[in-house]
Design a protein around this ligand. Structure first.
Ligand code: GLP
Length: 259
């Protein structure tokens, strides 16, 4: 595993964007796995800057997002603050600023009539695209990857997953609160790529910042592999693995303290 510790959030974001951009330049038709949350926003901003100022070309790039809330989908008629779908988040924070082709964007469909069937279809689409070259990952407060909540099998595939109490709390604070939606009206289920699906990506790139992520990052990287913290699966990733942190998120790692 390669561990990069940046000075701050901007540093972390720039390093992550540089790795993604290098892949796009080397393999213009690469397949990216993308994540939502506050953490990747800086990385997406930097990729947008590279596209505008340096001509980074997304026309051949395919993307697969990790997850989506069940029961909601992109609604461009609503203002951003009222549409809490991850599809909307990706559209606003990244896709609408790039020359990526609409047909190359894949996001789990939270409005699928038959969600289980959709999940199998999503797995098929990933296979058809040749697998994920690079999967960008954040980490949830309870240690989840995507929406693989504690108790998710480390072999799990794309599926419908109930959300943990902590995730509902965290995501209410970071997203839902500003939309005026009550906590009890938030979706309690999501479609998520499985841990097993994520582990098949050729390069896993996990990013985290801030003191509030320090404890869970130390568990994920240095703790025992367990379905209680699904991000511990990073220790099992057979391909290339990169973790980029800021100083705060790295502050509880014992490895770096020994250096
Ligand atoms: C959500 C997403 C995860 C993400 C997590 C952390 O639960 N499903 O993929 O890693 O939020 O979000 P943040 O980056 O805002 O801390």
């Amino acid at each position: 595993m390669e561990l990069i510790i940046g000075k701050n959030y901007e540093d972390m974001s720039k390093s992550a964007a540089d790795i993604i951009a290098e892949l796009i330049r080397l393999k213009p038709n690469c397949v990216l796995g993308l994540a939502t949350g506050g953490t990747p926003i800086g990385t997406y901003k930097e990729l947008i800057r590279m596209h505008i100022e340096e001509g980074l070309d997304f026309s051949g790039v395919k993307t697969f997002n990790l997850d989506e809330y069940l029961g909601i989908g992109l609604d461009l008629q609503k203002p951003y603050t009222q549409d809490q779908s991850y599809a909307r988040f990706m559209h606003e924070e990244l896709f609408k600023h790039l020359n990526i082709k609409k047909e190359n964007i894949h996001i789990p469909d939270g409005l699928a009539k038959d969600p289980q069937k959709f999940c199998s279809h999503y797995e098929e689409e990933i296979k058809k695209a040749g697998g994920i070259d690079l999967q960008l990952l954040g980490i949830g407060g309870d240690g989840h990857w995507a929406f693989n909540e504690p108790g998710s099998s480390l072999y799990s595939r794309t599926r419908v997953q109930p959300l943990s109490k902590q995730t509902l709390e965290d995501n209410f604070e970071s997203f839902y609160k500003k939309s005026g939606i009550k906590k009890e009206d938030m979706p309690h289920f999501a479609i998520t790529m499985g841990v097993g699906t994520i582990l098949e990506s050729r390069h896993a790139l996990m990013i985290a910042n801030g003191k509030k992520k320090a404890e869970i990052i130390s568990k994920a990287l240095e703790g025992s592999i367990s379905w209680e913290v699904t991000a511990t699966a990073i220790q099992l990733h057979p391909g290339k693995t990169t973790v980029i942190l800021d100083k705060d998120a790295a502050s509880k790692l014992t490895w770096t303290a020994k250096e």
